[in-house]
Structure formats: structure tokens, C-alpha cells
Design a protein around this ligand. Structure first.
Ligand SMILES: C[S@@+](CC[C@H](N)C(=O)[O-])C[C@H]1O[C@@H](n2cnc3c(N)ncnc32)[C@H](O)[C@@H]1O
Length: 258
């Protein structure tokens, strides 16, 4: 069953918030608490990465699986599997070298690590707390011998990585939490680390209406904005139609060197 996406709502608009609150009164309390926490964190950390790192620290303390967006363990397993199955069906091979941007606690990463040849998985994230949880996943899944790289990053310049190295770069549910400057930075640099014939798959929260964000945590973009941004950095971006048939609220784009 394909997911039903609401592509026109502006979740930042007051009218939308009021309508939503009336339809879901039990969510008002948690939303107000979250908004208050986020305001405080944004005040303490004016830059986006600092702010989002603090959000992840707070969420991971409560539950690392919920921190990457899965409210139950079954959903965490299913979401990881969905990412892995899709990439397997769309070109992933065991000998590929993979960069997983915003790898989280390896919800999908552990499948990639298990499948890829030892040493070929490279996960980066801005959150030290979620990377500690990622190491726990690695241990639980018994994947020590695969020797994946898990590294903290402060930005997406990818400057510590070699030229033309990765056959696949992947970012799932990362740009859905990123202002346009972060996406721009990533697209400006990802071409350098892509191996010849390599590709970069990322998901995003799609709107066909006005672009907006909620609490600087969730960002909604039009497809054209991201395709045009990729083109400005000499990359070709293709909307992945068949991802829309999966039970997932976001959309997916594949970027290649043009
Ligand atoms: C919703 S989680 C998804 C994790 C993983 N990709 C998955 O699907 O299970 C988003 C992750 O991206 C990380 N993240 C957010 N912004 C980032 C950025 N600019 N650079 C690297 N990681 C980022 C967060 O810390 C978090 O671990």
C-alpha cells in the first residue's frame, strides 16, 4: 500500500495548526512541550547543527529508536528493511563503498553493514549521542567483524573524505530535518566524493504548496527546488517515482554526476 502524503498543507500556518489541534486534541500537550523545549534549545544554540544536535541528545536520552523517527521497535525494523530493500533493488552491490549521511543508530545501516564487504560502510552523523547508540546496534547485531566506520561530523563539506571514493551515498530522513543551506552544502561537495558511475539517494519531505518548516525540526521542499539546486552544482537529479509506492511519508531523489 502506498503512503498517503498531504502535499498541500502548510503545517506552519496558524489555520492548519488550529484545524489539526481540533482534530487531534490529545496531541496538543506533547506539541506544546516540544515547542517549548525546541525554543529553549534554539535560544541556546543559534546555529542549526548545534540546535539539531541538542534535539537529538534530548530525544536519544529518552529512546534512540524514537529519536530516528520510529515509535516502536517493529517500525524501526521495518523502516530499516525498507531502505535496504529499495537500495538492493536499485543497484547496491556487496563490493560497493557506501557513505551513509545521518546514519542515526543504524536503523538501515546494520543491514547495509551486514550486506557490504567488510570496511565498505562509512556512516557519519552530527550527533555523538546517536553514534553511541549506533555502536550498541552494531554490537547487538554481532557485526563487529565488518569494521564499519562511524564518524561524527560538524558539517557536510565532506572535506575529510577522499575524491571519487563512494559508489553510493545515502541520506534517509536527513534533508527532512535540514534547512536549505545544509542541503546546498551537501550538494556542493557530494560530487567530489562520488566514484565514477556513483549515485546519491536522499529522501525529503515534499510539498507542492509553499515551502515551510515546523519548529526548525521538519522542513518541506518542492521537488523543483532540490532538482534545481543539484543542477547548480553540476548534478543531475531524478525523482524516484517507484519509492512513492512504499509505505513512507517522504519522497526520494537520486543524484548523479551530469
Ligand atoms: C531521522 S534520523 C534518520 C537516521 C537514519 N538515516 C535512518 O534512516 O535510520 C536523522 C539523522 O540525521 C542526523 N542529521 C541531521 N542533520 C544532519 C546533518 N546536517 N549532517 C549529518 N547528520 C545529520 C541526525 O542526527 C539523525 O541521526
Amino acid at each position: 500500500m502506498a503512503s498517503k502524503k498531504n502535499l498541500v498543507a502548510n503545517r506552519a500556518a496558524l489555520a492548519h495548526k488550529v484545524r489539526y489541534a481540533l482534530g487531534h486534541p490529545h496531541r496538543i500537550g506533547p506539541y506544546v512541550k516540544r515547542a517549548a523545549r525546541d525554543r529553549w534549545l534554539a535560544f541556546k544554540h543559534p546555529d542549526h547543527v548545534g540546535y539539531y544536535r541538542a534535539v537529538m541528545a534530548s530525544d536519544t536520552r529518552r529512546n534512540p529508536e524514537a529519536a530516528v523517527g520510529s515509535q516502536t521497535h517493529d517500525r524501526w525494523l521495518a523502516l530499516g528493511r525498507m531502505q535496504f530493500d529499495y537500495l538492493r533493488e536499485h543497484g547496491l552491490k556487496p563490493e560497493y563503498r557506501m557513505l551513509d549521511i545521518g546514519c542515526g543508530n543504524l536503523r538501515a545501516g546494520w543491514h547495509f553493514i551486514e550486506y557490504l564487504d567488510a570496511g565498505n560502510y562509512y556512516g557519519i552523523d552530527i550527533s555523538p549521542d546517536i553514534l553511541v547508540a549506533a555502536k550498541q546496534t552494531l554490537t547487538t547485531q554481532g557485526l563487529q567483524a565488518k569494521l564499519p566506520h562511524l564518524t561524527i561530523t560538524q558539517n557536510l563539506t565532506l572535506d575529510f573524505l577522499p575524491d571519487a571514493h563512494f559508489d553510493v551515498v545515502h541520506a534517509h530522513s536527513v534533508f527532512s530535518h535540514s534547512p536549505i543551506e545544509v542541503i546546498d552544502e551537501c550538494l556542493a561537495h557530494v560530487g567530489r566524493v562520488l566514484a565514477p558511475g556513483g549515485f546519491f539517494d536522499f529522501t525529503f519531505d515534499r510539498t507542492t504548496g509553499s515551502e515551510h518548516h515546523v519548529l526548525r525540526e521538519d522542513f518541506y521542499y518542492r521537488t523543483e527546488t532540490l532538482v534545481d539546486l543539484a543542477a547548480r552544482h553540476g548534478l543531475r537529479a531524478r525523482f524516484m517515482d517507484d519509492w512513492e509506492t512504499r509505505r513512507h511519508g517522504q519522497s526520494k531523489i537520486r543524484v548523479t554526476a551530469s
